[in-house]
Design a protein around this ligand. Sequence first.
Ligand code: HEC
Length: 311
Amino acid sequence: MQRKDEIDFLELLKNPVRLFGLSYFYFLTVAGFIGAYYIWNMNDVSRNGIAPVLLRDSTQFVQDIPMQRGAMIAPVNVTEVGRSSKALIDKGANLFKANCVSCHGDNGMGDGLSAASMTVKPRNFHSAQGWKNGRKVANMYKTLQEGIVQNGMQSFNYLPAEDRFALIHFVRTFSNDFPVDSLSDLQDLERVYSLSKGSQLPPQIPVKLAMAKLQKESAGDSIYVGKLAVSIASKKQDEQGAALVQQLMNNSTKLFTAALSTKEKNLDEFISAVSIDPVSVGFKPAVVRLSREEWSALYLYLSKVSKEKNS
Ligand code: HEC
């Protein structure tokens, strides 16, 4: 008898459809692996599709707000300080040394030490070229108020208005072709900035710094909470308030936050604040069954304890 191979390849050539039957399992397995691989990696597939900027949260500001000192801007009479005088120019010369020479240079040529590294060069006050806001007193006041921040000219809105006029009159000594303001130019300035009323500039600090400060403060709180937990646990129970706290405390951290709130609340407010949801402020629910006298002992004890915070 002639032995026949299990697979007769010549036979296959004549009837190629049989090939499919034989390789079917191979394709099935491969397709299965590809499918599984896709599903295992589905998380990454979709994550790659999101632009990185969407994954940032709002605490990572690309550009933070600048540090700013608060100031009371004293009122001025525009028609007076808007006109040059020897006193204002002398005052302006000193202010210029302190605030402007680093960029604009000793002689206002725009060649101060910091100028070298700046892409937009500080203004050369001797030249009429390239001024953005303009060269009148009113124009320069706007520059000092708002700055041209994107190009490195900061805002000097924290300087008293009179100092800013002094600076402007000094700047205008660098050349004798500065245009003169009409009365209505100065009156416009008054209308826009209400200079005769003065103003108040709230202090502001960058968000990053504020968050660091908050973190530091709350770190102080948690140290205090820890210290208090130890001190309460070690106190003898002869004091009624201390005993009540030990008996009714559910969560020490929350409870001490409640203790701190005794500073702002009187007994009745404290009772109703705690009774609304005892667990969320660190007490066991049983606290609502206290008598008024016990509440009072509890309140007195917690407010005493919270005063120890700063000692
Ligand atoms: C950190 C550098 C820097 C300091 C400090 C600085 N300036 Fe400037 N200043 C600039 C730059 C840069 C420009 C040009 C901005 C532009 O062309 O957009 C400019 C432009 C000006 C202009 C022209 C605005 C315009 O209309 O084009 C005036 C006026 C001016 N500064 C006044 C002052 C005075 C007054 C002080 C000090 C109180 C001062 N600057 C301090 C960098 C500075």
